[in-house]
Design a binder for this molecule. Sequence first.
Ligand code: ZN
Length: 456
Amino acid sequence: MQRLFLGLLLISTSLMAKTGPDFDQYFVNKTMRVDYYFTGIKGETTISLDQIKEEPVWAGSMTNLIDTLNYGNHKVEIFDINTNTLIFSKGFSSLFQEWQTTDEAAAGIYRTISASVLIPFPKKPIKFVHYSRNSNGAFEAEFETEIDPDSRFIRRDKPQFNYKVKSYINNGSPSEKVDILLLPEGYTKKELRKFRDDVKHFMTVLFEAPPFNEYKDRFNVRYLEVPSEESGIDNPRTGVFVKSAFELSYNSFDSDRYVLAFDNKRIRDIAANAPYDQLYFIVNSDKYGGGGIYNLYSTCYSHDAKEENAWWPDYVFVHEFGHAFGGLADEYYTSQVAYNEFYPLDVEPWEPNVTPNTDPETIKWKSFIDADTPVPTPWEKQLFDNIPYKNQDERYQLLRKQEYWGKVGAYEGSGYVSEGQYRPYLDCKMFSKSLVNFCPVCQNSIVRVIKFYTEE
Ligand SMILES: [Zn+2]
C-alpha cells in the first residue's frame, strides 16, 4: 500500500515538473542558425534576414525551452505555425544595441552589424519573432519571418572550417550541461602550445571563483586550435593591425581597452565545429582589455606586460563571463566608458544587479536585504570618490570599514554613473578591479542561469 502510494507520488511530481513544450515533438537534435543584419542609428533599427544554416547538435537545454530569465536587450520567440504554440524563446544582447548608445549612432551615421540566433532545429514550419526592448525596457516585436525546416533555401553544408574539437572538461551531454567553447585569438601555430596553457590557467581561475566552484560538474569545456597568421590583435590607437584568426580589436566603440569582434559570420562558421552555449576568446596580448556581451561572447587578454599586474587577466576573465553568461551589469562608475545614458534613470534595467529603485518594498533584490539594513544604504561615498582610482588598496580598505560591509543593501554609484543608480553590495567582481568574489546578488543570478541550462 505504501509502495503504491510512493509510486503514484513519483509519477505525479514528474508530470508536474514538465510544463514546457516537449523537445521531441517539435525539434530534432540539431541547431538552426538564423543570421540577420541590424541596420540603423540611435532610436532606429531595421532588421533584415541574411541566411539560415543547419548546424550539428543542439547544445542548449532540451527541457527548458522557454527562457524564464528575462535577461538581454533582445529575445526571440519561436512558434509552431500550425498550432500557434510558443515552443522556444531565448534572451540575448547584441553589438548593435551597444553601438546604438555611442556618439556615432547619436550623430545619425548608419551602421550595419551582423548577428546570429541559434535555435533547436524545428520539425515543422515555425514563426520566428525577434523583439528588442523599447525605451521603457519592455520587449517589442521588431521582425518576424516564417521558416520551413524543409526549405531548399536552408544551407546544409558541413562546417566550412574543419578544426578538431578538443575536450578539456567533459561532464556529459551538451543538452544537460553548460557548454563553453574557448577560441584562441592572435596565437600563431607555434603559440598554440601557449594557448593550451592559457586554457588550463583560466579554467582553474574560473572554477575557483564562487559560484562556479560549486557547479563545476555542470560544465563542459572545449576548445578549437585555430591558428592566426600573425601574433596578437589589432590596436588601432597605436596603428597596429594584425592578421589574426577572428579579427578581434582593441578600441572597440572607441574605448581603448574594449576588445570585441565584428566578423560574426566567420566566428559562427568556425564555432560550428563544436556544440556551445558560450563562446570565449582568449586574446594573445599583454595589453589590458576584454569584453563580454550577454549570450554573445566574452573576450579577455592572456597575460599582463607587468609582473606586478599578473593577476589582472584573472580578474578580467571572470568579470567578462559575468556579463556574457550571468547577465550582469557593471557596478562600477569611475571608469571613462564612452556611453551616453546607458541606464536611463527612469527605466528599471533588466540586469539583476543595478537599479535606480530605492523603495525597500519593491527593489528587485529585496529578498537578500535584512530588515535592519536601511535602503538606500549609507556608505562613505564622498571619501571613496576622493581616493584616486590608482590607489586600489586604499579604496579596497575603505569599503571594508563601512558599517554595512557584508550586507546586501542599495549602495549609490553603479552602472557607470555616480548618482541615481544603485548596486547591491559594497564590493563585487562587477564593481572593483580586484579578485573579490561576486556579491550574493550576482552569484544568485549566475546560479539561476546554470540551473536553467542544466536542470529539468
Ligand atoms: Zn554584484
